[in-house]
Design a protein around this ligand. Structure first.
Ligand code: UD1
Ligand code: CA
Length: 460
């Protein structure tokens, strides 16, 4: 069965009080329309047709060739909107799904069930529409589903057109349909203009009913069809999406101590037996291994963290931590920071575009930028790589086992050899050979002694 999807996104979204189109407002790090798109994309082969109008430039430049666009120049109602998409519906399509871009909580699973319902009835020559319904005690704002005494659907009546009895109906129209494509093509142009001057897509239901065509329904979970119209709704939708993501991780073995204060974007991966303490934001392409402790209060963006790592009150961005490394409290990994295995980075440290080799200790108040630091180096409190002279960024290289004394300024470009040492308060402007001790301002080499530890065991 060939299916085309149509997503309506031309509305003004006036109640958002925004200069941006409603469907471009972000939810868990992605525009609202991205969630709606992903729900339908999983069910169709061809790119969905998005009906755009208000603010369409932003929608188009975000979705690009993920969608085919139909422009609705005048907002004359949902029926008119789908009519604009009709020319883009593939000639050989069997069915057309129609849904709204401002319904970001609609799941793939619910849409799939609607399609299954359609397929189950597809052999019937009279099938015209499969649609979702929803039940709610407060029906306000929805079109009411009106049924005949035999239970079949007779019409959807918009709230403004309801009789007092119809207003009491609690079976409602969320606006998600799967139409028989040929039937839709034949009938869509004949929707009458309403008293308000609009063309209601919902009128297709009474048209189908009066032609004796079949309309089948499926009750959707209320949460799925949550429509976002203002920023209060936006926050509520985000809370639901956030909870769904957190639940997925918890069910896969991640401990989330306080789901209410934890924000994890859909794109993030986390290994089992990792614990997330309160107040964490995990974003973008972040991948966290197993047995890690993250938080409390940390923000981690586009960062890879291997197994057995620990992050406390810190901010990490486009960085990498190898197995067993730890950071915090109050430290910052910036773009290109890479902590090797078992690195210990304590409080008030910042690392950017640098590699810290395995076992490096950097306990307090240091800045390391554009540096390559060998294994087991000790970086004393207050060490700074002076990597920028106002024009160029220069590199600092520190060999394995070097000991950088407290408050050392490493004026790059500079190389500190392996097993070398600097005295407290040194300003290092020239390279220091391996095994040398240098101190002073500017630092001079005072002593060279072989610090290679004696090799244990028999050697050949
Ligand atoms: C519509 C339904 C109503 C249903 C409700 C559920 C109709 C006539 N009524 O009412 O039965 O209960 O949704 O939320 O369909 N849009 C366009 N172009 C237009 C008009 C709307 O693209 O000319 C888009 C909007 O951007 C929005 C969606 O269609 O995403 C729904 O439009 P809206 O005006 O909110 O419809 P309702 O009056 O709420
Ligand atoms: Ca609406």
């Amino acid at each position: 069965m060939k299916i085309t999807a149509v997503l309506l996104a031309a509305g003004y979204g006036t109640r958002m009080k925004s200069e941006y189109p409603k469907v471009m407002h972000p939810l868990m790090g992605r525009p609202m329309i991205d969630w709606a798109m992903r729900a339908v994309e999983s069910l169709v082969d061809a790119p969905p047709i998005v009906v755009v109008g208000h603010g369409q430039e932003l929608v188009r430049s975000y979705l690009r060739d993920r969608a085919v666009y139909a422009e609705q120049q005048e907002l004359l109602g949902t029926g008119h909107a789908v009519l604009q998409a009709l020319p883009s519906v593939a000639q050989d399509a069997d069915a057309v799904i129609v849904t709204y871009a401002d319904m970001p909580l609609l799941t793939q699973a619910t849409l799939r069930r609607l399609l299954d319902l359609y397929r189950t009835h597809a052999s019937s020559p009279t099938l015209a529409i499969a649609m979702l319904t929803v039940k709610r005690e407060n029906p306000q704002g929805f079109g009411r589903i009106v049924r005949r005494s035999d239970g079949s659907v007779a019409a959807i009546v918009e709230e403004t057109d309801c009789t007092p009895e119809q207003l009491a109906i609690q079976e409602l129209n969320p606006g998600v349909y799967c139409f028989h494509a040929a039937w839709l093509r034949q009938n869509l142009p004949y929707i009458p203009r309403s008293a308000k001057g609009e063309y209601y897509l919902t009128d297709l239901v009474s048209m189908a009913a009066s032609q004796g065509r079949q309309i089948v329904t499926l009750e959707a979970p209320l949460e799925d069809v949550y429509g976002v119209n203002n920023r209060v709704h936006l926050a509520e939708a985000e809370a639901i999406l956030r909870r769904r993501i957190l639940e997925r991780h918890m069910l896969e073995g991640v401990t989330i101590v306080d789901p209410f204060s934890t924000y994890i974007e859909d794109t993030v991966q986390i290994g089992a037996d990792t614990t997330i303490w309160p107040g964490c934001l995990l974003q973008g392409a972040t991948v966290i291994g197993r047995h890690c402790t993250i938080g409390p209060y940390s923000q981690i963006i586009d960062t890879q963290i291997a197994d057995h790592c620990r992050v406390v009150y810190s901010v990490l961005e486009q960085a990498r931590m190898d197995q067993g490394s730890e950071i915090g409290p109050f430290s910052h990994l910036r773009k290109g920071a890479h902590l090797g295995e078992n690195v210990h980075m304590g409080n008030f440290g910042e690392v950017k575009d640098s590699y810290l080799g395995p076992g490096v200790k950097m306990g307090h108040f240091s800045y390391i930028g554009n540096a390559e630091v060998g294994a087991n180096v000790n970086i004393g409190a207050g060490t700074i790589t002076c990597n920028y002279d106002g024009v160029h960024k220069s590199k600092t290289i520190i060999g394995d086992h070097a000991f950088i004394g407290s408050d050392t300024m490493l004026v790059a470009p500079v190389v500190v050899g392996e097993f070398a040492r600097t005295g407290a308060g040194s300003v290092v402007t020239r390279d220091i050979p391996a095994h040398a001790t240098a101190y002073g301002v500017p630092a001079r080499v005072h002593k060279v002694e072989d610090r290679t530890p004696p090799q244990g065991g028999a050697e050949e």
